[in-house]
Design a protein around this ligand. Structure first.
Ligand code: GLC
Length: 733
């Protein structure tokens, strides 16, 4: 009897549960597929509630549906760490005391690792911090192509090659999104400069658009499955990118089948009808009345707020338009705030510091190392002079929206002192960038000559000099909102280096920057290291590499031209860069970066893909599994790689492809595969990489599609775009 009662009770309970479950609306039922939840939620919403989903309610949040218990969306910058809390309705910080984050290296450094595993670790770590800070969208990564060394925001992006950026952006996105936080790849598209960024109208060929500037975004969408994308401020062929029919409706949402939400850059919307009809989903940061002035709390005046509701009510825009937007926003919410089993994230922990340090160590690029200047092991020298303001200056703050309030930051000087011992390190500022972070080229309050004099004195009495200079994320010096004014190092650094060389030639130039710079002293110094903006662990990473604790393996994600005029975008007059303030024409077309240097046979100072190691590597002859391929096949490339030195190391091997006899102009060669190979001293490995024949295609402007022409292609293995090791020809049927 007792058993019967128990069985009956269980049946009753199950029934109640099912009933309760069936009572619970589908959109709240975590066991239901997202698309069912989206449709159910949509069916319950009023027109006003749908429109509300399409625009900001505050500086960094957009509406949910309070009546239905659908949460609002909270967004935060940036690509290198989670920005401090910003006030509800201004750019000012909110003064929180729980939001000091881990700063990861800038994305140029991540790209320089040539290691997708680093990219995934980076995404997981920064995604955990965004999740812990209760953000639903992390406003990054940025993948705009490095077209000119003048662009103020190159430090936030992944270099000049679309294939490198395409491979490196995907794991970052997956790492972020596995935390239930949406990545927001930006700035879509052609935001390749800061000069006139709000309106410059970019004109370029379809080939340049599809072959150079879109691939990283395409990979982010098709392979990374990114849940949101940010439109850029500039125009493309006469339409603002935040509501651009070609970019958003045709390419993004039709060709690429993007099912996420398009968010404006802050203030990137300019017109209600275009915003409604040209693919924009969430309007953020607009000046509320659309003019230069800004009403307070005027979020209802946004283009996609009341004006949009009016158009819908008048029937000038069909309800299906707002339904599509609302679906995308709801899908974003169900993937983040309302996703079942959402992880809880973590904030500022040893794992995150370790990841920041590892990316930094793997991204540092050793550019010159005569007579094995480096490594400088502990104890080699008694007196190490560290000279330059960048040895002590914070590089985690400044630069614009990617600025960070950090829990800690190890400066290069801190790193050297903890590595070599305080008694062996003497610091002299040498040059000063001015009193504040945002000085606008004001002359420094400090007297330049006295700084140089003191630095020369320090250098004279030292066994070795570590010059730590570069740019510093001040305005015009690698910062959002302004491009650099010239290609040289600022603040008299070249003059200072010359002065030091007169008293001590045993000097290494350690550059902290997100851009190439001119190097008039390149022949006079024995060692040069490109160390990027490295985040909280920067000083430790630099000290580990320079002391030999870590063997450098970074390679340049963009070329360093000898002089600015050698650069493609600077070879066609002002109309090619920065434009005439209204229009700009990308006259170099597909020949960006090494594509230009190779094809025009101009030797760069340092080449794309270049970087030294403390060991040496020997490449075997490149081979392929067959000699003839059909268009839908994959070429299996292999070659041996031997570590011929005395220390373990890693080498980012590269494979470039070219089509000698094409019916159209094609670059001399293009990166189509790479791999980071870790080898013990003396070890040999057979490296295997795949090159899809379809990736050898060019964008055919005649029939608006990708074409692989039958005929010969040549594949080359290389240590950089300027160090080809061997080649092999294949035939495509
Ligand atoms: C800025 C930047 C963008 C950033 C956004 C929010 O203007 O262009 O990258 O995410 O606005 O700060």
């Amino acid at each position: 009897m007792k058993k019967l009662k128990t069985a009956l009770f269980c049946l009753l309970l199950a029934g109640l549960q099912t009933n309760a479950q069936s009572m619970k609306p589908i959109y709240l039922d975590n066991s239901q597929p997202i698309e069912r939840r989206v449709e159910d939620a949509l069916s319950r919403m009023t027109l006003e509630e749908k429109v509300a989903l399409c625009h900001a309610q505050s500086k960094f949040s957009s509406h949910g549906v309070p009546r239905l218990g659908i949460p609002e969306i909270w967004m935060s910058d940036g690509p290198h760490g989670v920005r401090e809390e910003i006030q509800w309705d201004s750019w000012g910080n909110a003064g929180f005391t729980n939001d000091s984050c881990t700063a990861y290296p800038a994305l140029t450094c991540l790209a320089a690792t040539f290691n997708p595993e680093m990219s995934h670790a980076y995404g997981v770590a920064i995604g955990e911090e965004a999740r812990y800070r209760r953000k639903d969208i992390l406003l990054g990564p940025g993948v705009n192509i490095y077209r000119t060394p003048m662009n103020g925001r190159n430090f936030e992006y992944m270099g000049e090659d679309p294939y490198l950026a395409s491979v490196m952006v995907v794991p970052y996105i997956k790492g972020v999104q596995q935390n239930g936080v949406a990545a927001c790849v930006k700035h879509f598209a052609l935001n390749n400069q800061e000069e006139w960024r709000g309106h410059i109208n970019v004109n370029l060929s379809d080939r340049a658009l599809y072959e150079i500037y879109l691939p990283a975004f395409k990979a982010a969408v098709e392979e990374g499955k990114v849940w949101s994308i940010m439109g850029s401020y500039n125009q493309l062929r006469g339409q603002h990118c935040c509501h651009n029919d070609l970019l958003l409706n045709k390419i993004l949402k039709t060709d690429w089948q993007f099912d996420g939400a398009v968010v404006t850059d802050w203030g990137g919307a300019y017109d209600t009808k275009q915003a409604a009809l040209n693919g924009l989903d969430i309007e953020m940061g607009s000046y509320t009345n659309g003019l230069s002035s800004k009403a307070k709390f005027g979020y209802e005046d946004y283009y996609l707020a009341k004006p949009f509701l009016d158009l819908l009510k008048k029937g000038e825009v069909p309800v299906s338009v707002v339904d599509d937007k609302a679906r995308r926003v709801l899908r974003l919410i169900f993937r983040t705030a309302m996703t079942p089993n959402r992880p809880y994230g973590r904030f500022v922990c040893e794992d995150h510091s370790a990841t920041a340090r590892k990316v930094a160590e793997e991204g540092i690029v050793l550019l010159k190392n005569d007579k094995q200047f480096f490594p400088v092991p502990v104890g080699k020298y008694q007196r190490i002079a560290v000279i330059g303001e960048n040895a002590t200056r914070s590089v985690t703050e400044g630069g614009g929206s990617s600025t960070l309030k950090v829990k800690y930051e190890v400066s290069p000087l801190d790193g050297f002192i903890s590595k070599y011992g305080k008694e062996h390190v003497t610091y002299s500022m040498g040059y000063a960038s001015g009193p504040s972070l945002y000085d606008r080229e004001e002359p420094s309050k400090l007297n330049a000559d006295s700084l140089i004099k003191a630095a020369v004195e320090t250098a004279k009495n030292a066994d070795v000099v570590y010059f730590v200079g570069g740019l510093n994320k001040n305005h015009f010096q690698d910062a959002e909102g302004g491009d650099r004014k010239n290609y040289s190092l600022p603040y008299g650094q070249d003059k200072l280096i010359d002065a030091i060389l007169k008293v001590n030639k045993n000097i290494a130039i350690i550059l902290i920057s997100g851009n190439a710079v001119s190097m008039p002293w390149v022949k006079d110094v024995p060692a040069i290291v490109q160390t990027w903006y490295l985040g909280s662990e920067g000083g430790n990473a630099i000290a580990n590499v320079l002391s030999g604790a870590v063997n450098p393996s970074g390679k340049l994600p963009f070329s360093f031209p000898k002089k600015l005029e050698d650069n493609a975008a600077h070879s066609f007059g002002k109309i090619a860069y920065p434009g005439d303030s209204i229009n700009e024409y990308y006259k170099e077309d597909i020949l960006v970066g090494y594509r230009w240097f190779d094809t025009k046979k101009i030797a760069p100072q340092f080449a794309f893909g270049y970087g030294l190691s403390y060991t040496t590597f020997e490449y075997g002859k490149i081979t392929t599994d067959k000699t003839t391929y059909k268009a839908d096949e994959t070429v299996k490339v292999s070659f041996t790689l031997k570590n011929t030195g005395k220390v373990d190391g890693a080498e980012a091997v590269q494979v470039y492809a070219s089509q000698p006899k094409a019916s159209v102009i094609r670059p001399a060669k293009e990166l189509k595969a790479f791999k980071k190979v870790f080898l013990k001293a003396g070890e040999t490995q057979t490296v295997s990489v795949d090159v899809k024949v379809k990736d050898l295609a060019f964008y055919n402007e005649k029939n608006m599609s990708w074409t692989v022409e039958p005929g010969e292609f040549v594949l080359r293995n290389a240590a950089s775009s300027a160090e080809v090791k061997s080649s092999v020809a294949i035939q495509v049927k």
